[in-house]
Design a protein around this ligand. Structure first.
Ligand code: ADP
Ligand code: MG
Length: 345
């Protein structure tokens, strides 16, 4: 029988049997992971490093739709987006804990699949799974992840350090994850009407990957170190560019001019937007889930990044009194609206 069709009830293993099965192959790889799964608590030793800790809670039907999200992807993404918050502090993630609440519709094999994705992300980003909790739920799946990382005290980058005249920069491109979601939603609606309809997803690999398998920008943090750059402020883009710019401005007590024509977008993002009659800029500003890094740099660092294809300078910070503005292609400044985005809409 194939993995997909086998359906072993979790009750045949019980809570402890399931935890055992899901965690038995763990091999700790980080020095700071002293003791992992198997006792009442994990033991970590960070010596004299600063520790950063962050949690995410994901609920079925709000943050993910299992109609079109494979469990392996869900596991991977759950870890990936959590690690993104650690990188956004200019820190390196080292451990995670995973807590799950599972309803009876999920099988042992389904949990195997979820954990396959979780371990894949752990492997990719050099993180140890050191604990968690397992319980049942009446309906659906809930996943809570906590990530722990380290950073030298002097390297920490907060949301609050931006100054007037700093450059506003972003990694990668924006709006793709949102357009990928729109595509998946559209095809899911078609499928709900007629189960024989094959989803029309070809030609859109990039935006689908942006939605289903986002990668936190560990490479950008490494690039900063190599280039001798320390951003004055930083945040990861989980809720859309507008909302994150507002956070940086508010926390730093500055204003900002964002240039419409500088916002980086992939061709597929623009194509999908056109197909669905959505302004791609709206996807970039308010879409969310891109998990790129938004940061500010003192003007002196301009030379270091100006030719790097990983970064785009999209604006600059101003005095708070000038406000937070989108400068349009025709040069008019309009106040930026932060809709933010709660993932289920
Ligand atoms: P307790 O009763 O003290 O909460 P558990 O029996 O829930 O202990 O957990 C036993 C061990 O398994 C602990 O080390 C815990 O961190 C780990 N653990 C429990 N659930 C999970 C999970 N879903 N993923 C990873 N580790 C888990
Ligand atoms: Mg427990």
């Amino acid at each position: 029988m194939s993995k997909e069709t086998k359906h072993t009830s979790i009750s045949t293993l019980g809570e402890f049997g399931l935890i055992d099965r899901l965690t038995k192959n763990i091999q700790l790889k980080n020095d700071s992971s002293v003791l992992g799964v198997g006792d009442d608590a994990a033991i970590l030793d960070y010596r004299n490093k600063q520790i950063v800790v962050t949690s995410d809670l994901l609920t079925e039907g709000i943050h993910f739709n299992l109609m079109y999200v494979p469990l392996k992807h869900l596991g991977y993404k759950s870890v990936a987006v959590n690690l993104s918050d650690i990188y956004a502090m200019n820190a390196t993630p080292k451990q995670i804990t995973i807590s799950i609440a599972i309803s009876s519709k999920f099988s042992v094999e389904a949990m195997d699949e979820l954990y396959e994705g979780i371990y894949l992300a752990c492997e990719r980003y050099g993180v140890d799974l050191v604990g968690g909790d397992t319980t049942s739920s009446l309906t659906g799946l809930t996943i809570s992840i906590t990530a722990i990382g380290e950073v030298e005290k002097d390297d920490i980058v907060k949301r609050s350090g931006a100054r007037a005249n700093d450059l506003l920069c972003v990694s990668g491109d924006l709006g793709g994850a949102y357009m990928g979601l729109q595509l998946l939603e559209r095809e899911n609606e078609v499928f709900k009407v007629n189960e024989n309809m094959k989803p029309q997803l070809s030609g859109y690999d990039y935006i689908l990957e942006r939605q289903l398998k986002p990668e936190p920008r560990a490479d950008i943090i490494a690039a900063f170190k190599k280039m001798g750059i320390k951003p004055s402020s930083m945040i990861d883009i989980s809720d859309g560019l507008s909302s994150e710019i507002m956070h940086l401005c508010k926390n730093s007590g500055v204003g900002c001019s964002l240039f419409e024509d500088k916002v980086p977008m992939d061709l597929q993002t623009k194509q999908m937007a056109e197909e669905l009659n959505i302004n791609p800029l709206v996807a970039a500003l308010n879409g969310g889930e891109d998990y790129e890094l938004l940061f500010t740099l003192p003007l002196d660092d301009y030379e270091k990044i100006k030719n790097d294809p990983d970064f785009t300078i999209i604006g600059h910070m101003t005095e708070a009194s000038e406000g937070i503005n989108l400068v349009t292609t025709v040069g008019s400044a309009i106040p930026l609206q932060a809709q933010g985005w709660n993932h289920g809409k």
